[in-house]
Design a protein around this ligand. Structure first.
Ligand SMILES: Nc1ncnc2c1ncn2[C@@H]1O[C@H](COP(=O)(O)OP(=O)(O)O)[C@@H](O)[C@H]1O
Ligand SMILES: [Mg+2]
Length: 485
């Protein structure tokens, strides 16, 4: 047997790695870039949500992304997260919006109780920006002299200048090492943080550069600095409420941040942190950024968890909470009550709902093409069309799995391009859910604990039909508007 097949590179490409943003233009219309395909309505709605979040107008409200499995709910949320954190202009210093992504199951699998786990997630999605002034020395290097003692100890002097002044500084081994590391020479413009001693090369002085004519492509040319050598500059620290809770909850709190084993945090600590932040806010010393908490697969939440979240949404500073679910009208977990999406009505009432629609053949093909690029697999055009058909008849996720498998099969034939036959083989080797149910229907009796009978295979057409039926008819005559209110 040949042993050509070498696994020399093991890489995992995340399921949504091709998604880089909502891909909307200025009018919030969906465009082809940024990896999302189709879903114009859902993307536009997510774009509106993005604007609302950015303007701080969505506090205390929640969003629900509902749709059948594999219709792109998680992908849409990930796209929103990325669009939220894109710098809006080239030199805008963006405050980033915290975006915390959890699956509801995580709240129940930790060693802490669910309400504590939810509280921690909530507090991770709110951050404070604390501005701080630091002192810098910033100037053009006019002269460097370094000498070494007989014991091998280095010391030296550096002269920094601006167009208005010049000063000489004594430097020790640590600073000399940094100068060497950054290859600082006369004519460079540098900045040294007085507190931390960190050195940054800002660029090269225009004047010197012209004299010397030695310019690398990457060198940034700057006008010679002017004014004082000592400068004050604002820097911003961003910490989440949860980080502050952990740091304040024990003497070695920050170590717990690295290990992630934060345990339960007492109410007193949280009150202390909140008190401190309220004080800073009052003194204008910090800014609070309410971010987004995305809870995927929210049908796993229990009645208690839902009511807890409902209360959170009513509190003074709450993140925007985005839920996603693929459930229909079903029982709320842990109760006998039935509700749309398995979500209690009082919470559902606060939610804006976006629904993702079943994709069409063309969309499937475009997404699969992106996935092939992402996984570095080449497909024949005909093979790609065939795979899109499989996706339409089975599921998007199943078709995505076949990309890797059929690539392995093609490689065994010593080909770099996947042909139709390779996909057929892969499709034959691995069952999709539909075919496996068919088999269970026939021979399920041979398995253990086979309840059989009334398992309903997901039907593809139903969603599209329902969605078109659900088109809202707005009849002006039926909506009464009280004008004098
Ligand atoms: N409109 C879309 N554009 C690009 N990729 C998509 C789109 N919809 C789904 N996908 C991809 O298809 C796969 C399944 O979608 P996913 O978001 O996980 O479905 P859901 O969360 O609704 O069950 C993911 O890899 C996702 O990135
Ligand atoms: Mg999902």
């Amino acid at each position: 047997m040949s042993t050509d097949l070498k696994v020399n590179q093991l890489s995992r490409v995340g399921a949504h790695s091709h998604v880089r943003g909502l891909g909307l233009n200025d009018e919030l219309r969906a465009e082809g870039r940024e990896g999302l395909i189709g879903q114009p309505k859902a993307r536009r709605a997510a774009g509106v949500i993005q604007k609302l979040i950015e303007n701080g107008k969505l506090g205390g409200r929640a969003l629900l992304i509902a749709g059948p499995p594999g219709s792109g709910k998680t992908a849409l949320a990930m796209a929103l997260a990325q669009s939220l954190n894109q710098p809006k202009s080239k030199d805008a210093k963006e405050k980033s919006t915290p975006f915390v992504n959890v699956s509801a199951a995580e709240f129940f699998s930790l060693e802490i109780n669910p309400t504590e786990a939810i509280t921690q997630a909530i507090r991770r999605s709110i951050s404070v920006t604390i501005p701080e002034e630091t002192e810098l020395i910033e100037g053009e290097v006019a002269h460097i002299a370094i000498s070494e003692s007989q014991q091998g100890e280095k010391s030296g002097k550096v002269v920094l200048k601006t167009t208005d002044m010049e000063a000489q500084y004594d430097i020790g081994p640590k600073m000399i090492e940094m100068l060497n590391k950054e290859s600082i020479v006369v004519g460079d413009i540098i900045s040294i943080d007085k507190l931390t001693g960190r050195l940054t090369k800002l660029g090269r002085s225009m004047q010197t550069a012209q004299d010397l004519q030695i310019l690398g492509v990457q060198t940034k040319l700057l006008p010679p600095p002017s004014g004082e050598l000592q400068k004050r500059r604002q820097v911003e620290h961003v910490v989440t409420l949860h980080d502050m809770d952990v740091i304040n909850s024990r003497s070695q709190g920050f170590l717990a941040l690295f290990s992630g084993e934060t345990g339960e945090i007492s109410q007193e600590v949280r009150e202390q942190v909140d008190g401190k932040i309220a004080l800073w806010k009052e003194e204008n010393r910090c800014q609070i950024n309410s971010g987004v908490l995305f809870i995927d697969e929210c049908h796993i939440l229990t009645m208690e968890a839902f009511s807890f979240l409902n209360r959170v949404l009513e509190s003074e500073i709450s993140p925007v909470i985005i839920f996603a679910t693929n459930r229909g009208i079903t029982k709320i977990r842990g109760t006998e009550y039935t509700s749309p999406f398995g979500i209690p009505m009082d919470l559902l009432d606060r939610m804006l709902i976006i629904s993702t629609e079943q994709l069409d053949l063309n969309d499937f093909q475009n997404i699969l093409k992106l996935r092939c690029e992402e996984e570095d697999v080449e497909f024949e055009q005909k093979a790609l069309q065939f795979l899109a058909k499989i996706a339409e008849q089975t599921s998007m996720r199943y078709a995505m799995q076949l990309i890797t498998v059929s690539n392995v099969i093609a490689k065994r034939q010593k080909r770099n391009t996947v042909h139709m036959d390779d996909i057929k083989k892969a499709h034959d080797l691995f069952l999709d859910v539909g075919r496996s149910v068919d088999i269970l229907d026939k021979i399920g009796g041979e398995y253990m604990f086979h309840d059989g009978a009334d398992f309903e295979k997901p039907k593809k057409e139903t969603h599209a039909k329902a969605a078109s039926k659900a088109k809202v008819e707005v009849n002006e005559n039926k909506v009464r508007i009280d004008e004098d209110e």
